[in-house]
Design a protein around this ligand. Sequence first.
Ligand code: GDP
Ligand code: MG
Length: 426
Amino acid sequence: MDHRDTGAMRAFVLHPDIQSSPSRRDPAAALEEAVALARALPDLDVVGSSVVRLSKAQPGLLFGRGKIEELGQRFKADDIGLVLVDGPVTPVQQRNLEKEWKVKLLDRTGLILEIFADRARTREGVLQVELAALSYQRTRLVRAWTHLERQRGGLGFVGGPGETQIEADRRAIDEAITRLRRQLAKVVKTRALHRAARAKVPYPIVALVGYTNAGKSTLFNRLTGADVMAKDMLFATLDPTMRGVALPDGTDVILSDTVGFISDLPTQLVAAFRATLEEVLAADIVLHVRDIAHPESEEQAQDVRAILGDLGLDEDVPLLEIWNKIDAVTDDARAPLENRAKRDDGVLIVSALTGEGLEVFTVTVAERLGGVKREDVVHLPFSAGRARAWLFDQGVVEAEEQLEQGLRFRVTWTDRQKARFAEIGA
Ligand code: GDP
Ligand code: MG
């Protein structure tokens, strides 16, 4: 179904649903999002997931004894190598759980950092992710140290080898952070750079953006899979999140699956996220994929629009909203959505799961890219030598005819060429 290597690490996702937590979310939706996040990591095979209900987090082990035993057996049976815990896990809890379960464990921030590190492509992106990772590591050192200090304090020690080591580690991290900040200050962001990146690949780039769990990867896989309306051009060497696809009209494009937006993104990761998303600036068209069946669909869309605005997307880059998961919308809710989509030619309704709407979708994308050609008739006065030359230059002329008042051309051209011609002719 997807592009992952065989021999991937087997992973299990847990969402601790802590009853006493003030920031408690709908556990099923939260787990689904966490699984979608985990799937964003290459070389990972998510074989199971579960919500764990807790009245409160246990300081040393996070979960209760019985639950740990039960999960441990399951992990052993399923040959799990990595457990992802969708929430904060203290360094002490992490160490204890890793020992109990004989697995590697990542918490939510750790997982998101891994994804960002995997996806960062620009120089700024790489530096921002390193910076966020170091800051994260540093807070974890401090917490581990506080814990140890408390233990030692109880025994009447002051200082000790452990503390010295942690102090040294912390100093090393601080120095690395200072170094990174200096490098970051030197990275100049220019539009020209992004244009250069765009020019490097010979095909238009179609970027999928949107919240995690909106269905970006499902859409990506469906379009790049062995589907009738899109064929994989097999230059998969680019990157697992970038694939060549032929649209139904024959336009070759590169489809790029970007890092998804994340609800409750830890604040220390915001800068890294934005930097990682910068590749969108190199796109020729941006598709904002939305889970239209999600109760917070509108809020999510506003978030996405705000960030895209901040990134400074070129105004001439077309943007389409792809309202995905229409199959999951109730019949009552469907009609108003369809009405809105009909009135707005920037909106397309699809289901990446059932395939509904995907033909219109691919045709529209091609059209917006200027790939779909239409027949047209154009009149020019004899004096319009420049406009006539442009038409021949573009290779759009099918036939030319001399009338009394001027020239008449039968052309086959794209919407983009037609618009350009209108500018030139004026
Ligand atoms: P991403 O995080 O945006 O890449 O989202 P995914 O492609 O991983 O999809 C997240 C979840 O939504 C998966 O469980 C998909 O099966 C599901 N999904 C994706 N598209 C659709 C759709 O059109 N309809 C329904 N009902 N589910 C979908
Ligand atoms: Mg995805």
